[in-house]
Design a protein around this ligand. Structure first.
Ligand SMILES: NC(=O)c1ccc[n+]([C@@H]2O[C@H](COP(=O)([O-])OP(=O)(O)OC[C@H]3O[C@@H](n4cnc5c(N)ncnc54)[C@H](OP(=O)(O)O)[C@@H]3O)[C@@H](O)[C@H]2O)c1
Length: 299
């Protein structure tokens, strides 16, 4: 039998929302996981797109710490993601973590992803639409090509929008089967949703539209008690920003970011964990800035 961690460390079952019964049931579930072993019907499951690199990996780590089992996807084949998966498995030994190669911009692959998660996990409480790409070429608006625009929009906008559609249908089934079922959706947009960068207009457009997608889904799903949020990161250290490290190191040193540092993937991860815990239960459709104060207007 495993040693039970401190009781204050098991406050992580957002599907059990009713405060009055929460303590008793949480203790029961806690007991189930640590004493009798994990059972599929009591565990929380999150699907994180792009969950094995950069910000997505930070989100995965935070959700593991929250008690989630993880379904992760990315564009790389499974034989190329051994290192991040091992890192996650070392963090928590008794958790289920599965990886699926899936191009979120491809309809067939998205459908296959949802089917696989359904087969392997039987339930899904949280979808984090994190996967995204930067502009293929940093091009002026006058020369940006439709091919590059289409490629990016499919991944950054069409993918998360329609993955949400597929996942929501399944979440509603789960909700019908069990009214206690808690679900939540989080979209990772960018400060580019409102900041105009003339050499990557398609990226800005995709994030502005993802922001509206968040509000649309928030209103559509409010009656079912499924909150939908947008996290809007600023400058976060990842492979996506590696090429511009020097430029932003200098700008940060000059005061671009009030908190005087790069954001780290775990900064975004912690924000997702907070939302997944239901800490902002009466705030569906809202934007959570994770930008070190960069977007505060200053004089
Ligand atoms: N870094 C920042 O400063 C910053 C700021 C604001 C917003 N964001 C947003 O945060 C999200 C994550 O960015 P990041 O910085 O972590 O970027 P990253 O290090 O480049 O990671 C991107 C992730 O998305 C996955 N991905 C890319 N194309 C995909 C596709 N077609 N299908 C499925 N997965 C795909 C990648 O898969 P693989 O693992 O297979 O490569 C990877 O896991 C993006 O939506 C980005 O726009 C980033």
């Amino acid at each position: 039998m495993k040693t039970l961690p401190a009781r204050e460390n098991y406050n992580h079952f957002p599907c059990l929302w009713k405060r009055r019964t929460c303590e008793t049931v949480k203790h029961h579930l806690y007991f189930t996981r640590y004493v009798y072993g994990v059972t599929e019907s009591t565990m929380k499951v999150a699907l994180v797109t792009g969950g094995v690199r950069g910000i997505g990996l930070g989100i995965s780590k935070s959700l593991l710490a929250e008690g989630y089992d993880l379904a992760l996807c990315g564009s790389r084949s499974v034989d190329l993601v051994g290192a991040p998966l091992d890192e996650l498995r070392r963090q928590v030994a008794d958790r289920k973590i599965a990886y699926y190669q899936c191009d979120v911009g491809n309809r067939e692959e998205r459908l296959q992803l949802v089917e696989s998660v359904r087969r392997d996990f039987k339930q899904l409480h949280l979808l984090v639409n994190n996967a995204g790409v930067a502009a293929k070429v940093r091009d002026d608006l006058l020369t940006m090509t439709e091919e590059n625009y289409d490629w990016l929009m499919k991944i950054n906008l069409q993918g998360p929008f329609f993955l949400t559609q597929d996942v929501v249908k399944w979440m509603l089934e789960q909700k019908t089967a069990s009214p206690e079922f808690f679900a939540c959706i989080v979209n990772i947009s960018s400060i580019s949703a409102t900041v105009a960068s003339l050499n990557r207009g398609e990226y800005c457009l995709s994030k502005a539209a993802l922001s509206m997608a968040t509000r649309l889904w928030a209103v559509r799903l409010a009656e079912y008690g499924i909150p939908v949020y947008e996290i809007r990161p600023g400058l976060i250290r990842s492979d996506m920003t590696a090429a511009v490290t020097e430029k932003y190191d200098k700008l940060i040193a000059e005061g671009l970011v009030p908190q005087h540092r790069w954001g780290e993937p775990v900064d975004v991860g912690r924000a997702v964990a907070m939302l997944a815990r239901g800490e902002l239960a009466y705030s569906t459709g809202q934007v959570i800035m994770v930008d070190g104060g960069m977007m505060i207007p200053k004089l």
